[in-house]
Design a protein around this ligand. Sequence first.
Ligand SMILES: Cc1cc2nc3c(=O)[nH]c(=O)nc-3n(C[C@H](O)[C@H](O)[C@H](O)COP(=O)(O)OP(=O)(O)OC[C@H]3O[C@@H](n4cnc5c(N)ncnc54)[C@H](O)[C@@H]3O)c2cc1C
Length: 230
Amino acid sequence: MLPLPGANKEGVIAFRDIKDCETMMETAKIHKKAVVIGGGLLGLEAARGLLNLNMEVSVVHINKHLMDRQLDDTAAIMLQRELQQQGMKFLFGKNTEKVIGKARVTGVRFTDGSEESADLVVMAVGIKPNVAVAKKSGIEINRGIMINDFMETNIPGVYSVGECAEHRGIAYGIVAPLYEQGAVLAKRLVGSETDGYHGFVVSTKLKVSGVDVFSAGQFSDEIDTRAVRV
Ligand SMILES: Cc1cc2nc3c(=O)[nH]c(=O)nc-3n(C[C@H](O)[C@H](O)[C@H](O)COP(=O)(O)OP(=O)(O)OC[C@H]3O[C@@H](n4cnc5c(N)ncnc54)[C@H](O)[C@@H]3O)c2cc1C
């Protein structure tokens, strides 16, 4: 959740667990207008879900293009057009400043002074590893719990895997690398031979029906890479 003024109002949720989904379904029965903050994978999946519930949906994104951590500009614009045809609206380059309303949310205000009305606000702005327990235990943390190639923290006998762990500077937010970390840890614990975990080439698939989007590896043009577009 973004720590915005007003973020504790009724009708402001994250997209994280079953309860969030239940809130979306209940809200859609009596309210019409949803704002999703975040034009990444999860934000778009939440937005599609809300369209399915017959809500009007505006997706607010701080950058100029959707899924900018997975797609280059050309692909992002193709995706945007498809989703617009499905009924999604977009507000780009908008930095949300506060959530407005009394007890219940009535909208969001942006740093440029403009506003968007909303009966429901869903925040899907990325993950932050949960490091509270590790921090209190004196385990070394950075963004996540620091681990080496064998899932070991700096405290002997204490290991970490998953979204809370940071390996070679990366805290992963999808399951495939976490399964690999788990497999390495299992081998380590039972004393089987393993040359450790070396990181993962992240690939992602957008789960929005009617738009097949897949992204893997390095996706933007660089001086020493040639992009092939079909
Ligand atoms: C809506 C949504 C859709 C997603 N879709 C995809 C997808 O399509 N593909 C994909 O690869 N990934 C997806 N992800 C990401 C994926 O779910 C996570 O990367 C994955 O669940 C992380 O696994 P984890 O075991 O590290 O953490 P979690 O699944 O978050 O599990 C951590 C557990 O620890 C518990 N816990 C926390 N603190 C304590 C404590 N102090 N004591 C005891 N227990 C504690 C929590 O309650 C929780 O049960 C999605 C995530 C969300 C939210």
